[in-house]
Design a protein around this ligand. Structure first.
Ligand code: HSE
Length: 406
């Protein structure tokens, strides 16, 4: 029997209990042994819940028990998760986590600790919920040099943008629905301001390039400024607005990374990734383009990825699964040097705005939405972020600027 302890009985923790309950028999066959939850750590009480008999309030009970082989950390947040996970590894227990804040900040160090001790530190559920992406990057795509990873990595924002576009819901109602369904973070600012997607692309980039990509270095813009008017422009263009998290290696081998809403058209592989679904597009120099798609948030999909890692850890007791993620920092290209096209909306007198736009940006593509008056919208040619910043200072009445990927 493989004894495990689950740290945190929230959405994911209770999902782990449920998945092991639903699929216990087939999981036993795949792991080669029975997976038994011996302890659940939580500060709260859960009267009437059968897990009460496994509930403990102190991490020491788990750390001191030599029967515990695997610790599952699904508490979220950096502390106390980091301290608990580090102690577990130092006490000879493998760790499985869904915690992107923890992995983005301390992944390299925790992987090293696990490697030195022939243990495992696995984190498939930290990115893309139930979608397998960490394991493919570590194992299936190792013959390739990764050139690009672009993902819709946050289910909540994808749900909000989809509902605003398809059902005409306003931002707050769509967010409230996402919270009700258990997709959103405890503090939904982490979703809507792009921080969650930022940590996830930092993890994927660190794995893809084998070096530490600090999430603090990634330019991050959320979806809070996207309005129903922006969505009308997208519709007229036959486009959709998606929150992209990208990491791209240029011809000079330098990598740039960013999180921001972008306009894409139907020819982009991520165009049809809607609602709470996530999609991750990976381009390798040998394999070409690969896509991963699935439920990016939610109790059972995320718990499925956690339990799959538990099975992997159970199959590799005493043997480390090698993961290349050095703590050496990867210096990202200054975002100001990156080129995009931009949709710019300018309020005011149309002829004046048009003349200004032409003077500043040269030839631009006008975008007209019949029911919208009192503003002028246009798409620039490909220019650097720096040029954009400088030129917008000379434009009167800028209402919104969205990057264009077509
Ligand atoms: N809040 C996250 C999301 C949960 O919406 O994608 C999964 O990490």
């Amino acid at each position: 029997m493989i004894n495990i302890a689950v740290l945190g009985y929230g959405t994911i923790g209770s999902g782990v209990v449920e998945v092991l309950g639903i699929n216990g028999e087939s999981i036993k066959k795949r792991a080669g042994d029975q997976i038994n939850i011996k302890y659940i750590l939580d500060l709260r009480e859960f009267p009437g819940d059968p897990i009460m008999e496994k509930l403990v309030h102190s991490i020491d009970v788990i750390l001191d028990d030599p029967e515990i082989n695997i610790v599952v950390e699904v508490m979220g947040g950096v502390e106390p998760a980091y301290t608990f996970v580090k102690q577990a590894l130092l006490r000879g227990k493998s760790v499985v986590t869904s915690n992107k804040e923890l992995v983005a900040k301390h992944g390299a160090e925790l992987l090293d600790l696990a490697k030195e001790r022939n243990l495992n530190f696995l984190f498939e559920a930290s990115v893309g919920g139930g979608i397998p992406i960490i394991r493919p990057l570590n194992q299936s795509l190792t013959a390739d040099e990764i050139v690009e990873i672009t993902g819709i990595l946050n289910g909540t924002t994808n749900y909000i943008l989809s509902k605003m576009s398809e059902d005409g819901l306003d931002f707050d109602t769509a967010l409230a629905n996402a919270q009700k369904m258990g997709y959103a973070e405890r503090n939904p600012a982490a979703d809507v301001e792009g921080h969650d997607a930022c940590r996830k692309i930092a993890i994927l980039s660190s794995l893809a390039f084998g070096m530490q990509v600090d999430f603090e270095d990634i330019y991050t813009e959320g979806i809070t400024k996207i309005t129903d008017t922006d969505i009308k422009y997208a519709k007229v263009l036959g486009a959709r607005i998606k929150l992209f998290a990208s990491s791209i290696r240029g011809n000079d081998s330098h990598v740039h990374a960013m999180v921001a809403p972008v306009l894409i058209k139907a020819n982009h592989p991520l165009f049809s990734v809607n609602d709470v679904f996530n999609g991750i597009f990976v381009r390798g120099n040998v394999i070409g383009d690969v896509m991963f798609y699935g439920s990016g948030a939610g109790k059972l999909p995320t718990a499925s990825a956690v339990v799959a890692d538990v099975v992997d850890a159970a199959k590799h007791i005493g043997k480390n699964i090698w993961t290349i993620w050095s703590s050496k920092k990867l210096e990202l290209t200054d975002i100001n040097q990156v080129q995009h096209r931009f949709l710019i909306r300018v309020a005011g007198e149309i002829e004046k705005a048009k003349a200004e736009a032409n003077k500043l940006f040269g030839e631009v593509e006008e975008v007209m939405v019949p029911e919208i008056t009192g503003e002028y919208a246009f798409i620039t040619g490909s220019i650097t972020e720096q040029e954009m910043k400088e030129k917008k200072e000379f434009l009167d009445g800028v209402v919104s600027i969205i990057r264009v990927r077509f």
